[in-house]
Structures are given as structure tokens and as C-alpha cells.
Ligand binder design. Sequence first.
Ligand code: RB5
Length: 143
Amino acid sequence: MKVALGCDHGGFELKQEVIKYLKENNIEFEDYGCYNTDSVDYPVYAKLVANAVVEKKADRGILICGTGIGISIAANKVKGIRAALCHDCFSAEATRLHNDANILAMGGRVVGPGLAVKIVDTFLNTEFSNDERHIRRISMIEE
Ligand code: RB5
């Protein structure tokens, strides 16, 4: 499992917590920035991570901005990306089971580090159900 990470200034601090979790669990990752809290434009990092996932340089992506909203909207403009904004573990599990989401988005100004890491853990450790109805619905999104 390789994870592509990205954030803007609003997500930078929470991304450090996610990096700590990934290192502790020996999960390979690449950090596409940003690398400090200077103000930046979230679509830049959304596209870097989305392209890394689509080009199979990473299996999953994690994107963090202040709310998680802008960065997920931007990521979902890239064909083949299913970015899910999750601030609870139920949604993180369901979006893997039902939507085969390939990017998790979170808001660094919304969720605390303890919950965020549990959401990441759930997202990375839940496999797609492969149920026929979910495959059909996902293919309808792509059409
Ligand atoms: C940046 O201030 C903020 O707008 C951004 O992090 C994000 O919340 C946008 O959706």
C-alpha cells in the first residue's frame, strides 16, 4: 500500500499527524506538499495527489485543507477519482465498501488528530465490497 498525501495551509498541521501514523505503521507514502503553513491554493495539491492516484503512483490518496471541501471538490474533477470527505469512521468505512473511494479528504479545522487518525486507519484498512450493485453504481458515475 502506497499513499499519496497533500494539503494546503489549513491542513498542514493535521497532515503531520497523518504522517506520524503512516510512519508508525510502516505505510509507504509520498508527500506532494504543501510543506509549511504559508497560504497556498488547495487545487494545486488536489491535482498532484489525484494524478498520482490515477497514474497508479499511489494506491490511495489523502487530502487535507481547512474544511476538506475545496480540496475534495478539486480532486473529484480528475477522471477516475472518487474523493470522499469523511469526518467519522462510519463514512470512511462505507465509502470504501460502497464507493471504492480512492481519496480520503478531511478538514484540518474540523476534526481533531485523534479522530482523524482513526478515520485514516479505517479508510486504509477497508477493502471494496466488490458487490455487483456497487460496481454498477460506480460505473454509472464514470459514464
Ligand atoms: C483556506 O483558507 C481554506 O479556504 C481552505 O483550506 C479550504 O477550507 C477550502 O475549502
